[in-house]
Design a binder for this molecule. Structure first.
Ligand SMILES: O=C[C@H](O)COP(=O)(O)O
Length: 471
């Protein structure tokens, strides 16, 4: 953010009521409530044309906190979004023994960050800053941390002039003021300056206030668009249903459209939607219903005449500790009750960068294959975690490569027929602009769409199912 020429109209940005997902990364599987209500889904019916790295989602799954010999302290910090974890690790040897290092873990991408500055950049841009000189960066970050948090156990060489007394204007993510005025500083650049209680926060806090504005604003949009916002209404669902009902979409022999609103909107969506568009739940309980307060069983969905259910979404795997085996059990039980299943699999960025993409998705698929007898009612949704909600879509070649490998895996481990007929759909930042090229890939049989599913471009995405038909 640059100059603070107070512009025309002061605009007030009020703290949104952010949903409160369970902050514990260590919940036992199956004992969680269901805060992760998510978006829509679209499936093309184009037939097949042609070691568990995500379980129990503590950061230890990637050889991080729990596997550390120094027994680091893992905690959460107020300025971080819900679900993020901070590891406080003490160096045990060398000249710097005794020095504390902080590591920050994003529960969804599972990325590890070395500094608050890196986290801020990631929250703001969705990408990771490449730093030429990591040491300098850490030093700067430590300096920033000291300034922002008012404490640091690490011996710091931070210039004294940066030390200051914390004030009520200091940033705290979990206690964002109810009223923050954002003054448009530069309309051309779209830059804003925050005013808390009528005062500008200290310069050292400006950056993180800026980041937070971007982050909260984005989250608000996302939650509204996907029906996850606490203030989401039946009226909003009805509007979306109306758009779909009035859309000209290809016939059912070309494309199968399934929308997946949050549980509470399933009945209204189902009752209002045209008959050629089906509905899916976003999750269901792992086995027969019983005393599992807050859970929705497969039997309940069947009773409501809901034909589809999405299982194993990466957010549930990461945030609610759903292991491959747990997802496999869910798929098995849902199928046994007559539901059709969209089973999600996908690797994190770290796993992709380490070259283990296929090992990860094969393990996830195997956990399902081990449990089920028939794949007739299963659609496999490949969703690279790093592409979900980030705007970073997998390239057509990347998607095709994994889809083709998955089909090969099915051929070698299940049967040639299952490999041929099982639909493998892609999810992760699909939109009206990229859908056609993705849909043109030989082994991409459709899409699982999030953010774009509640925008008019969803109709274009649905229509992209014709790409292969007309090829
Ligand atoms: O549930 C939907 C998928 O996670 C994809 O979401 P996205 O299209 O917003 O990236």
């Amino acid at each position: 953010m640059s100059n603070t020429t107070k512009a025309a109209t002061p605009q007030r940005y009020t703290k949104p009521n952010l949903p409160k997902p369970d902050r514990s990364p260590h919940l036992p599987a199956g004992l969680s409530t269901d805060p992760l209500l998510r978006d829509g889904a679209f499936i093309s019916p184009v037939s097949g044309s042609s070691g568990d790295n995500q379980q129990r989602s503590s950061p230890s799954a990637n050889g991080t906190p729990e596997s550390s010999r120094s027994r680091p302290r893992v905690s959460e910090t107020s300025w971080l979004p819900p679900g993020w974890v901070v590891e406080d690790r003490v160096r045990s040897s060398g000249a710097t023994a005794g020095t504390r290092d902080k590591y920050y873990y994003d529960p969804v991408s599972r990325r590890r960050f070395r500094s608050k500055r890196e986290v801020q950049y990631f929250l703001e841009t969705g990408s990771v800053k490449k730093q030429k000189r990591a040491e300098n960066s850490d030093a700067n970050a430590n300096s920033f941390l000291k300034s922002a948090e008012g404490s640091s156990t690490q011996k710091s060489k931070t210039p004294k002039k940066e030390a200051r007394v914390a004030s009520h204007l200091d940033f705290n993510f979990s206690n964002v003021p109810d009223s923050v005025e954002w003054i448009l500083a530069d309309a051309n650049k779209g830059t804003w300056t925050p005013f808390v209680a009528g005062k500008k926060p200290p310069d050292s806090e400006r950056q993180i206030w800026d980041v937070t504005f971007t982050y909260l604003a984005a989250r608000t949009v996302e939650y509204t668009a996907k029906g996850k916002h606490p203030n989401g209404t039946t009226e909003e669902v009805k509007k979306i249903v109306n758009v779909l009902n009035e859309a000209q979409i290809p016939s059912e022999d070309v494309v199968e459209v399934v929308v997946s609103p949050p549980y509470v909107f399933l009945p209204v969506a189902k009752s209002l939607l045209r008959s050629d568009i089906k509905v899916a739940a976003q999750n269901c309980w792992v086995r027969k219903g019983g005393a599992f307060t807050g859970e929705i069983s497969a039997e309940m969905l069947v009773n409501l005449d809901i034909p589809w259910v999405v299982l194993g979404h990466s957010e549930r795997r990461a945030l609610l500790n759903e292991s491959n085996e747990f997802v496999g059990d869910k798929v098995e039980y849902a199928l046994s009750q007559g539901l059709k299943v969209i089973a999600c699999i996908g690797e994190t960025l770290e796993q992709r960068e380490s070259g283990s993409t296929m090992a990860v998705v094969a393990a996830q698929t195997k956990a399902i294959a081990d449990k089920i007898k028939s794949w007739d009612n299963v659609v496999l949704a490949y969703e690279p975690v790093w592409a979900i909600g980030t705007g970073k879509v997998a390239s057509p070649a990347q998607a095709q490569e994994v889809h083709a490998e998955l089909r090969k895996w099915l051929a070698e481990n299940v049967s040639a027929e299952v490999a041929q007929t099982t639909r493998i759909i892609y999810g992760g930042s699909v939109n009206g602009g990229n859908c056609k090229e993705l849909a043109g890939q030989a082994d991409v049989d459709g899409f699982l769409v999030g953010g774009a599913s509640l925008k008019p471009e969803f109709i274009d995405i649905i229509k992209s199912a014709t790409v292969k038909k007309s090829a």
